[in-house]
Design a protein around this ligand. Structure first.
Ligand code: SIN
Ligand code: FE2
Length: 224
């Protein structure tokens, strides 16, 4: 029998497939593929410390997506609004440290999409069960709009909507599967985006779930 690692080294190294979506935005197909086991282990460790929860929106709704965070800052929502906080409001302690494999993936993906030097301070972990969705929105709670957003898909496939900075334009529909990474910044930084209700299914690693990791750098950094 051929040892697995030897077999791996015989496979051709495939180039990253970078699909432009809009100016400043790209889809990196399967970019996280070889890292999925490490990512899932790290997600388990983070959620053991800072559990997934369904946050309240300022409008009084409960989000269908369950979320938590790691890194110096976590994105939180409640009746007072959306914001970044250094502490998990459930435990009152700092969010778990960003795992090294998260940081590595986010930085390499940003670089591949043309954003060298991305230093994510925050990773929002979004978990979707069948039927969960995210309405069209802009990510605009960050002070530093120069930093891009890196968004990693794991588990069940989803239909991702990606529009322009105005709600009037009809968003594109992109099918995202396990391992796909979307990066947007620059002229697309304030693009409206969202996720259609998750179709039921079964993923070999994640079962009836989709997990999204969204990396952002909310704090204003002094110009170099
Ligand atoms: C988000 O916009 O925060 C998440 C997007 C996704 O789940 O793909
Ligand atoms: Fe978003």
């Amino acid at each position: 029998m051929i040892p697995l690692d030897l077999f791996d080294s015989l496979l051709p190294t495939t180039a990253v497939v970078r699909e432009p979506i809009a100016p400043g935005a790209a889809l990196l197909r399967a970019f996280a593929h070889g890292m999925d086991a490490a990512l899932l282990q790290a997600i388990e460790a983070v959620t053991a410390q800072a559990p997934l929860r369904h946050m309240q929106t300022p409008g009084g709704f409960t989000m269908s997506v369950a979320t938590t965070s790691c890194g110096a800052l976590g994105w939180v929502s409640d009746v007072r609004g959306y914001r970044y906080a250094a502490h998990d409001p459930i435990s009152g302690v700092a969010w778990p440290t960003m795992p090294a494999c998260f940081l590595d993936l986010a930085q390499r993906a940003a670089q591949e999409a043309g954003y060298a030097g991305f230093a994510p301070e925050s990773c929002l972990i979004n978990t979707y069960a069948p039927g969960a969705k995210l309405s069209l929105h802009q990510d605009k709670d960050e002070k530093d709009l120069a930093a891009p957003i890196v968004s990693v898909s794991l588990g069940l496939p989803a239909v991702f909507l990606f529009g322009s900075a105005t709600r009037k334009d009809r968003p594109r529909r992109l099918r995202l599967v396990h391992g796909d990474v979307v990066v947007w910044g620059g002229p697309s930084r304030l693009a409206f985006h969202g996720v259609m209700p998750l179709a039921d299914g079964h993923h070999p690693l994640l079962g009836r779930r989709r997990i999204n990791l969204t990396f952002r750098s909310p704090r204003l950094r002094p110009a170099p």
